[in-house]
Design a binder for this molecule. Sequence first.
Ligand SMILES: *[C@@H]1O[C@H](CO)[C@@H](O)[C@H](O)[C@H]1NC(C)=O
Ligand SMILES: *[C@@H]1O[C@H](CO)[C@@H](O)[C@H](O)[C@H]1NC(C)=O
Ligand SMILES: *[C@@H]1O[C@H](CO)[C@@H](O)[C@H](O)[C@H]1NC(C)=O
Ligand SMILES: *[C@@H]1O[C@H](CO)[C@@H](O)[C@H](O)[C@H]1NC(C)=O
Length: 457
Amino acid sequence: MSYCLSIFFILITISALCIKKSFEIKHSTKTAYLDSFSDEQLKYINNIENYKIENCSPEQIYIFLRHGSRYPNSKYVRNTEDFLNKVKVLRREQAEKYNVTKTSAIDEIFLTFHDKPHHGLSDLGAFEMYDIGQRFKKRYPNLFSNDEKDVLNHINIVSSDRDRSIDSGKNFVNGVFGKGSRISEYVNNNFILNNTLIRYFDECERYLVDVKKKKKSNEDLVNFIKGHEMTRLLSNFKTRNHIQELNFETKILYVIFGLCGIEHAHRMERNWCKLFENDEELEILSYLSDLKDYWIKSYGNIINYQVVQYIFKDLFTNLDMHIKNHPKRKKVLLRFGHAENIIPLVSVLSLFKDPFVLKYDKFNQVKDRLFKTAIMSPFASNVAFVLHKCNQTDEMYKVKILVNELPLHKIRAGDMECNKENTSMCNLNSFRSLLNEYLNVDLEQSCTLNKNLNLEL
Ligand SMILES: *[C@@H]1O[C@H](CO)[C@@H](O)[C@H](O)[C@H]1NC(C)=O
Ligand SMILES: *[C@@H]1O[C@H](CO)[C@@H](O)[C@H](O)[C@H]1NC(C)=O
Ligand SMILES: *[C@@H]1O[C@H](CO)[C@@H](O)[C@H](O)[C@H]1NC(C)=O
Ligand SMILES: *[C@@H]1O[C@H](CO)[C@@H](O)[C@H](O)[C@H]1NC(C)=O
């Protein structure tokens, strides 16, 4: 066991280096964090000079992070196990009927992840969070100082109650303050679990009923699943694997796609991924995945981004406490959640937004779309708001936003833009006014069914 583990850790270290070569966009939200970066971007995030701003000093940071790479959920494992069993039964029938044993790539597939904690943070995920924590510490040493008194008074961590989020938080903290250090131990024992803040998408009735539960009848998803790309993919898949007799739908392909993404993220031996013939097949499935997230977590429905309003309110409450010198102000605010948070958060900021609506019949036209969840929301994706105090003429307090550690050069919300030149900084007050309308929407009313809505962003 320890032999495997140590090999695995070596692999992680190696893959962290190797990863730089590939720039993956084909595994949607199952993409490993560093796979979503280009070489140039990797160079950028590793150079602390890029984060220094003349005449300004960072005073407060609020970072929202999705959990790191994880293992699949038990449904994936069960579904694929059932599927492989059906293939085995079919092979016996074929042998009897045709007196030949048919084989294909599918007969070589072995079960993966069945012995892993379902949905749990993986070793790679732990490493990703640790690594991000270390980079933030290097960039902002005054915020992440190791001074014990300072830390204990100035850090505040909220996580969803899911193990993968809590474990992500602990690994981030270890990256900042050192694994096993007194500070890390203390901080890691003082997480606040608050699903109302982090998982409000599970509490907003209107979102649950009108969006999540209607997923199966969403016109674009249904039409894409029944459309010619998916139909052809399914039929080719059946033919080349000699399993035409099996009656199954495209759903299993989507599950296999997910497992392939997780395998690839972990640089495992190609197994489920072997079932896809080429990049085009992966692109079709990642379009399906992006389409789903577009309609369920992003621009497709206004309520999708309303469900993260508490997070923006939490941000502003803390920014205000800081500038008002409130006795309970914190320097470092860390929030650990899910893709269901990151995708709406960046949508509120009008990022990755194409000048067209993602539709079922647009696959070929929108291959180079902006809305790619592999880039927006890979494992460990994050959005950081850094409050700076500046010695300048106009306003003292300015906000810089980093999405996956890269600065935004235009800070926007809805159709509005922070009218600052290309400095990546927005005056706190201008930033507030960008989001004013969004923050003033009555969330409870929006989330109540059968009420008239006024949900303009
Ligand atoms: C701002 O100005 C004050 C007074 O001149 C100086 O002490 C401080 O270091 C300056 N801060 C920055 C970030 O330049
Ligand atoms: C089935 O295959 C075996 C081995 O090739 C052969 O000996 C046998 O005659 C075949 N049976 C039929 C019914 O074709
Ligand atoms: C959880 O978060 C919500 C929304 O920010 C807040 O109203 C509530 O007070 C928090 N609960 C706890 C126990 O901190
Ligand atoms: C803004 O600045 C960044 C970095 O300095 C640069 O890469 C980008 O091209 C600039 N954009 C515009 C519109 O000037």
